[in-house]
Design a protein around this ligand. Structure first.
Ligand SMILES: [Cu+2]
Length: 112
């Protein structure tokens, strides 16, 4: 008797509330970009949450490679404009370097 008239109202309102609240914080934590330019990773040190996908984007005019020190990930040679994405699922420090120019170094810290 009470349930019947309230149901059609509660459903749509709850759905609206979820749709407006959920996406913003998820997107902010899910994607990060490291730019490669002038033989430098920027930012050189980046802290992300587990599950974050980091995209390395080569804006330099020569090829670069992204290689994890511990072998956790390795890109192919990235030409100008190419990108390489890796999703960090485990917490920890992931140092990396450029396979063509080992003096180019960076670090991703994954922490909850
Ligand atoms: Cu390089």
């Amino acid at each position: 008797m009470i349930r019947f008239p309230t149901r059609p109202l509660v459903g749509p309102l709850a759905a609206l509330g979820l749709a407006m609240v959920a996406p913003a914080p998820l997107q902010a934590a899910d994607a990060q970009v490291v730019k490669i330019d002038n033989f430098t990773f920027t930012p050189a040190a980046l802290t992300v949450k587990p599950g974050t996908t980091v995209t390395f984007e080569n804006d330099d005019d020569i090829p670069h490679l992204v290689v994890a020190n511990d072998g956790a990930f390795r890109s192919k040679a990235l030409d100008t404009g190419d990108t390489y994405a890796f999703t960090f699922t485990k917490a920890g420090d992931f140092a990396y370097y450029c396979g063509l120019h080992p003096h180019m170094q960076g670090k991703i810290t994954v922490a909850p």
